[in-house]
Each structure stands twice: as structure tokens, then as C-alpha cells.
Design a protein around this ligand. Structure first.
Ligand code: GLU
Length: 294
């Protein structure tokens, strides 16, 4: 589902105002740079970026149910969260509008590869394996993986997950993270574990997995008892932690979120320069504080 947003809103606007000098400078630079080749060494306008500028729209893949990161108000269609604000700031630098497409862990890379979107800002964890296929910016946030259970299950720890079935999203790092944490805690042997060939669908040593295309379906499966537990990043689980559900007492596998772009594109370098600028000048910290993500 596509939504268009004309300008940065709320906090993004506040932040943009505080960055007013550099935003104005960047816009002048963009125009001058594209016409006269005078762009700075750091923010080079390559052909792929010029295409976005000419189109007048930056198309961004975001989450729609991760509060504080990418959340869509179903009544108004408005998206909010730090990932939305980051997208709006990048678009402002380019002098274009933002168009959001809701993505899932299962769809985000296809949409980037097909050219339907220019970047993914969607709780997308940077991994060495993924870096072979896409570029990632410097991380803007680090989350951890945990596990959500029904209180009635009496599961409270990693140990209690031995021989249980866990719901995870296709295309996520979750199953791998849980298996590695259970091996580390010496709850399962790990003799058969090979990080290169690991496949959640085939893993049955001490824990097994059901894979789903989206998180609401895993939440329903948890209620129905189809799975014993729901494993993913804590930021993503938050919306599903309703009364009668709890996290187990373990957080593991740091998840560094980066903006993903097409491998070796000019836009990758452009975005990374901006993220670094916003890490240094406190913009990112401001989002973390504003959305109480610390
Ligand atoms: N952040 C994790 C990943 O990139 C969890 C999946 C998700 O982002 O939906 O695999």
C-alpha cells in the first residue's frame, strides 16, 4: 500500500528546522551541483540520485507496525517513527517528496531489487551475508532479539524453550539468533549448526521453527497455540505484548539497523554520509529520545 507524504512532520520538522542551515545549503548544492558539477566531495549527486531528484519523489520501504520506528495510523494513513523521520530528512536534502511503501522482512529486498523502492529503512539488521547483496549505512540504532510467550505457557527462560516450536518471520535473523543464543547457553549442542547453511525450516535440534510472512499472523498463531513462542527484535514485538503475554528473561543477538540501498550505488554513499552527519550532530539521539527508544 503506497502513501504519499509531502513534507516532514512533527519531530522531523522540528529537527529539520534545527538543521535549517545545512538543509538550505544542501538544496542549493543539489541544484548547483547537478547543473554545474560543483557538489561537495561528500554529497556527490550521481546519476541514480539525479533520477530521484528528477522524479521528485524518494520511494522508501518502511514498516507499518513498529511503534517508534515505522508505524502507520490506519485511520489517517500517516506514518510516524524515527525511520519515517530519517526518510523525510533524506528527502529534504534531495529536495523531493517522500513516498512510503509498507514492507515486511519477506518483501523488502525484492522491492529494492526490482527498483520499486530506492531504499529500505525498516528495522533491517546489518549482517555480513546481507552486505554481499545490498549496501547498508552506518547503523542508526541497535536492538536486541527476545521471545514473547503467553503467560499460561509458563515459559520464562531460554531453557524453557527447549523442544518447543517458535514462530519467526521468513527472511528474518530471528531463528538463527535464537539457535545461536541457545547454543551459547549450552542448552543445545550446536554440533549440527553451520551459520552458512542454517535453514530455520530444517532445524530440529532442541528447538524448531514455523515461518510466517508477517507478524500479525505469528501473533495469532501464538494465541491459537500453533507455536509456543514468538521470536524477533524487541522493538517489533512491543505491539504484540498484550495482557497475558510476557517476554522471557533473555535478550540476545544485537541487531544493528541500517538504511539499505542498491549495492555500489551512488545513493549508498550519499545516505551513509547523511546518517553519519545525523549521528554526530545529535539528530539520531533526538529521535531515540523523542520516541523513548533508549
Ligand atoms: N531486524 C530483523 C531482521 O532484519 C528482524 C526482522 C524484521 O526486521 O522484520 O532480520
Amino acid at each position: 500500500m503506497m502513501k504519499r507524504k509531502l513534507l516532514a512532520l512533527g519531530l522531523a520538522m522540528t529537527t529539520a528546522l534545527s538543521l535549517c542551515g545545512s538543509v538550505a545549503f544542501a538544496e542549493e548544492e543539489t541544484e548547483a551541483g547537478s547543473e554545474a558539477g560543483t557538489e561537495s566531495a561528500e554529497l556527490v549527486i550521481t546519476d541514480d540520485i539525479q533520477e530521484i531528484i528528477d522524479r521528485g519523489v524518494l520511494r522508501v520501504g518502511v514498516k507499518n507496525a513498529v511503534v517508534g520506528f515505522g508505524y502507520e495510523d490506519t485511520l489517517t494513513g500517516e506514518y510516524s517513527g524515527m525511520e519515517i523521520d530519517i526518510a523525510n530528512l533524506i528527502a529534504e536534502k534531495l529536495g523531493v517528496e517522500t513516498e512510503f511503501t509498507t514492507v515486511t522482512a519477506a518483501t523488502r529486498t525484492e522491492l529494492l531489487d526490482s527498483g520499486d523502492i530506492d531504499c529500505v529503512i525498516a528495522t533491517f539488521t546489518i549482517t555480513d551475508e546481507r552486505k554481499e547483496s545490498w549496501d547498508f549505512s552506518t547503523p542508526y540504532y541497535t536492538d536486541y532479539v527476545t521471545v514473547l510467550v503467553e503467560d499460561s505457557s509458563e515459559i520464562t527462560s531460554l531453557e524453557d524453550l527447549v523442544d518447543k516450536t517458535v514462530g519467526v518471520s521468513s527472511g528474518s535473523t530471528s531463528a538463527r539468533s535464537l539457535v545461536e543464543a541457545m547454543i551459547e547457553a549450552e542448552l543445545i549442542s550446536g554440533d549440527d549448526y553451520d551459520s552458512e547453511t542454517f535453514d530455520p525450516a530444517l532445524w530440529t535440534d532442541g528447538v524448531s521453527f514455523q515461518q510466517y510472512d508477517d507478524y500479525p499472523t505469528i501473533s495469532t498463531a501464538l494465541s491459537a497455540g500453533e507455536v509456543d513462542a514468538f521470536c524477533v527484535d524487541k522493538s517489533i514485538l512491543a505491539i504484540y505484548k498484550t495482557d497475558g503475554r510476557s517476554y522471557i528473561d533473555a535478550e540476545f543477538a544485537p541487531q544493528e539497523y541500517g538504511v539499505a540501498t542498491t549495492k555500489d550505488s551512488g545513493f549508498s554513499a550519499y545516505v551513509d554520509t547523511l546518517i553519519n552527519e545525523w549521528l554526530e550532530d545529535g539528530t539520531i539521539d533526538g529521535f531515540i529520545e523523542e520516541y523513548a527508544l533508549g
